[in-house]
Design a protein around this ligand. Structure first.
Ligand SMILES: [Fe+2]
Length: 162
């Protein structure tokens, strides 16, 4: 695309992120089912509901751009989620499983934080005020989820795994 602009880039990354969120909606129930502690299972359950809402928010962002929602396969997210599945297989039944699940989930969150940070900066640059609100809301949600997972790991799960 020789004439591609920041708006084209934003739309491309939006489709990629929309695909990533949909993949996360599919993966979280498996991660919740694998979790050994009630606390971690609960945290995954809460984030599943948030993620469904994040999918809806992205649809609002497409609308703010005057575009129809379309998902692209996010190859980075597919890789991160595949690594999470490997952890489930390799550490099933071991005291280390929940610590591994948290690490896998935090890789997901950190990836999303970079994506939403960029989407928000580009939306601001383009003056897409209707896109800013939903992107900011999701960014804050991902950061909160990351903090909750860190707390769970550091206050409980890592010690159990050790
Ligand atoms: Fe998300």
């Amino acid at each position: 695309m020789p004439n591609a602009t920041l708006k084209d880039l934003l739309l491309h990354q939006l489709k990629d992120t929309y695909g990533a969120e949909q993949a996360i909606v599919k993966a979280l129930p498996k991660m919740a089912a694998a979790a050994q502690s009630d606390e971690l299972r609960g945290a995954f359950g809460v984030h599943l509901e948030e993620t469904k809402e994040q999918v809806t928010r992205l649809e609002k962002v497409f609308k703010a751009l005057g575009e129809k929602p379309e998902a692209l396969e996010c190859k980075a997210m597919s890789g991160i989620l595949a690594e999470g599945e490997e952890v489930i297989k390799e550490f099933k039944g071991s005291p280390a499983l929940d610590a591994g699940l948290i690490a896998a989930a935090q890789a997901v969150e950190h990836y999303e934080i970079t994506r939403y940070g960029t989407l928000l900066a580009w939306a601001k640059q383009l003056g897409l005020s209707d896109a800013e609100g939903p992107l900011k809301e999701t960014l804050i949600e991902e950061e909160n989820t990351d903090s909750i997972l860190s707390e769970l790991a550091e206050e409980m799960v890592n010690a159990q795994a050790a």
